[in-house]
Design a protein around this ligand. Structure first.
Ligand code: AMP
Ligand code: GLY
Length: 416
């Protein structure tokens, strides 16, 4: 099978690594890709936000499967264009991708489907925002309704900061604060059958001990030793299946990856957010532990055959990934810094490109992530940090506490 992966982040590099290991994948192309994907896949230039251009490229390549990595192309309708070209696509339609593209839309689907989530108000005017903030009280959670690359959410106890964020966005969702450890559960679906992958945990804040602003994600690990048994099947039953059924009922079936971001609160799991694609950096750790072919699984989802496809198998052990971000991230990052050590096994590239003189330089906010597996979580963590220590990026920033509390055993889900 000939596979085209669309995107240029660490998620796409991780997808390419797993697809390259699938014996049924005979040709692998990544467009536009980065310096990491260039080492394992043919690179093609394309504007990932141009549905017609991606559809034309898929046809020119005689692709059997297109995997759309990031949310922006999905929201722009890239999956629709690929399917119109007669090619199987892993990724939801433009309309179904609204589960990520609009937080107000996602809240509406959850309300109708009876999915447990934070109570929320959609606000446009300052008066509406003030009323919602006072209804829920601090800490305040204010979310830009539209796509914001993981940076549209402000959680603060300062009412003026909350109001200023609301004023800076056209439309916001203001919601109840959810307290408890967060879990990312990826579910593969063909619009009907739901297949969960391994739960993972992401670290959203830039600083150690969850301080500073939100980012796209600074590190991740899987599996989660502290997770209550049965949580995955519970979330599939109470969240994934009702959501997929409600999307089908609306005539906009969701096929692709349903990313369920959860908070495990004292009242049980609550959905924090939906995304319409694999998460980054969680994909690096989840796919590092996958022991069955990825291409065949995504192909089965893209062609409505998940019910009869073998379930994914997982390796024993744990995986940890630590993100190395550029100076100034999550603000506008400094780019063009020379990176050394990035060719090592386990380095997953995000914002990197190869300069004409051969040097690998930074080209984005999250530059790369150091990923390692180990027999135990502690071993995987040591290996990931050892790998990171062998990489140099001037001004690079990383968290030193990825997976630390899980290794120490000081993280706990409150009983439901
Ligand atoms: P989102 O883009 O919706 O995932 O939000 C980004 C991050 O903001 C989440 O991973 C949480 O850490 C935090 N967050 C979002 N919604 C809430 C909430 N209702 N309560 C507490 N934290 C939240
Ligand atoms: N790791 C968070 C995300 O992919 O949105």
């Amino acid at each position: 099978m000939r596979v085209l992966v669309v995107g240029s982040g660490a998620r796409e590099h991780a997808l390419c690594l797993a697809l390259a290991a699938d014996p049924s994948v005979t040709a692998l192309v990544c467009a536009p890709g980065n310096a990491g994907t260039a080492a394992i896949a043919e690179q093609r230039g394309v504007d990932p936000l141009d549905p017609a251009a991606v559809g034309a490229l898929a046809r020119e390549l005689h692709a059997d499967l297109v995997v759309v990595g990031p949310e922006a192309p999905l929201v722009a309708g890239v999956a629709d264009a690929v399917r119109q070209a007669g090619i199987a696509c892993f990724g939801p339609s433009r309309e179904a991708a609204q589960l990520e593209g609009s937080k107000a839309f996602a809240k509406d689907v959850m309300a109708v489907a009876g999915v447990p989530t934070a109570a929320a108000r959609v606000c446009v005017t300052a008066a509406e925002a003030e009323a919602a903030l006072d209804e829920f009280g601090p800490p305040y959670v204010v979310k830009d309704d539209g796509l914001a690359a993981g940076k549209g959410v402000v959680v603060t106890s300062d009412r003026d900061v909350a109001l200023a964020h609301a004023a800076a966005c056209e439309r916001v969702v203001i919601e109840e604060y959810l307290d408890g450890p967060e879990v990312s559960l990826f579910c593969i679906t063909d619009g009907d059958t739901v297949v969960p992958l391994l739960p993972a945990q992401d670290f959203k804040r830039i600083g150690d001990s969850d301080t500073g602003p939100n980012t796209g994600g600074m590190g991740a690990y899987a599996p989660l030793p502290w997770l209550p048994p049965g949580l995955t099947s519970d979330v599939v039953r109470r969240v994934a299946i009702p959501t997929v059924q409600e999307m089908a009922r609306r005539g906009t079936p969701f096929a692709g990856l349903l990313y369920i971001g959860l908070a495990l609160t004292g009242k049980g799991p609550r959905v924090v957010e939906f995304n319409a694609r694999f998460g980054d950096p969680e994909t690096q750790v989840v796919l590092a532990l996958l022991d069955s072919p990825l291409g065949a699984l995504l192909q089965a989802a893209a062609t409505g055959r998940l019910a009869t496809h073998p379930r994914p198998r997982w390796r024993d052990g744990s995986a940890v990934t630590v993100v190395l971000a550029a100076a100034d991230y999550p603000g506008p990052p400094r780019t063009g810094d020379v990176i050394t050590g990035s060719e090592q096994e386990g380095v997953v590239h995000a914002g990197t490109r190869r300069r004409d003189d051969g040097a690998v330089v930074s080209s984005g906010g999250r530059v790369l992530s150091a990923t390692a597996v180990g027999a135990t979580l502690a071993e995987a963590r040591h290996r990931a940090y050892d790998l990171l220590a062998a990489i140099d990026l001037p001004g690079g920033q990383f968290r030193t506490d990825i997976a630390l509390r899980a290794v120490e055993g000081t993280i706990e889900a409150s009983p439901a």
